[in-house]
Ligand binder design. Sequence first.
Ligand code: PMP
Length: 442
Amino acid sequence: MSNRLNLKPNDLSAFWMPFTANRQFKQTPRMLVSARDMHYTTDDGRKVLDGTAGLWCVNAGHCRAKITEAIQTQAAELDYAPAFQMGHPIVFDFANRLVSMAPQGMDHVFFTNSGSESVETALKIALAYHRAKGNGSRFRLIGRERGYHGVNFGGISVGGIVANRKMFGTLLTGVDHMPHTHLPGKNAFTRGEPEHGGDLADQLERIVTLHDASTVAAVIVEPVAGSTGVLIPPKGYLKRLREICDKHDILLIFDEVITGFGRLGTPFGADYFDVVPDIMTTAKGITNGVIPMGAVFVKEEIHDAFMNGPEHLIEFFHGYTYSGNPIACAAGIATLETYQEEGLLTRGAELGNYWEDALHSLKDAPYVIDIRSIGLVGAIELEPMAGQPTKRAFSAFLKAFEKGVLIRTTGDIIALSPPLIIEKGQIDEIVDCLRTVLTEVE
Ligand code: PMP
């Protein structure tokens, strides 16, 4: 193995890698040592086109000078300050900028350090909100099959991925799940929102009736489920969820950790689908992935429900040491400015047709059983290898990496979500690479 750090095989054992087949990886490691704009560079000096924006987060591309400089300046000025009973100007500045671009009425923001923490925070806000309103009997949370809401206990409880749930004993109680909306038989090769399945939202009504609305606090969904393979909501589905929640005074939480900050060609998924949730979780693109940070947006009414008690008491007993970390805020402000200056939050809409045509040109490639696309996200679903699920797509990932394109796979699905600065020629490069790779995989 060659790399700039001269690591020996034994040097790889201390780091227990997340969401990785550690033993396999450590036999044939893949090392990224630097990055710029649309590319990573590997330890052996190869350039790799980033088809995934890191993990759906580096929306403005890598090592952007403005963001790097903002971090350096802030680190030299005020490196850390607590946000418990103390303030620093940059966190208020960043919060104001965020709410000014958020969907209408989402006027307050609570800072976290990751998508998982944003989810836990959102669930706690929902439960505490109902208590603050005198409705403590509303304790149930409803998620969805194939939902991914991070890895903490609340998130895996409302999430709908078996592998994330089965090893960890008792999860949160009082959780139920709606069915997922993926109908491959009916909606295969759809561009944008699928025609069929909007009525699956009525399953929420069924679940609410089963438990009685007076026990239900909140429903959480990703506007587009990303990590389980880019599952796009059928037409009318999210609007119907909104109606059912309104009818029963249930809070609607959108987990926008992936769909936030321009991924769909609009600032947030809520803007794309024209459905405003009550609570919105974000992370990833908030700082261009450069510094860990998340933010939970809430509607005025929710925030205000906490502000009625005695003034000297803490209204919401929750927070993190690094909530609103000044360096993360500096990175976030520079990121938002970059998005705005370069029109990146709507670039997915401008490039959408090109992206869609390019992806769908793979329709007749070997093993392809479905292609889905929306904004600058896409998925190519492969027929699983007999008796060895996930193997074919993972082999495509390895081959694409060898050929200089980073893709991501989840099960037998190839997921793509490039930085929003991508050019048409680079879209062609990704698709041409996949066309070749799919003829090479077993
Ligand atoms: N929610 C969603 C919708 C996500 O896609 C993710 C991460 N992929 C998370 C939560 C968790 O975010 P993190 O990994 O930053 O904890």
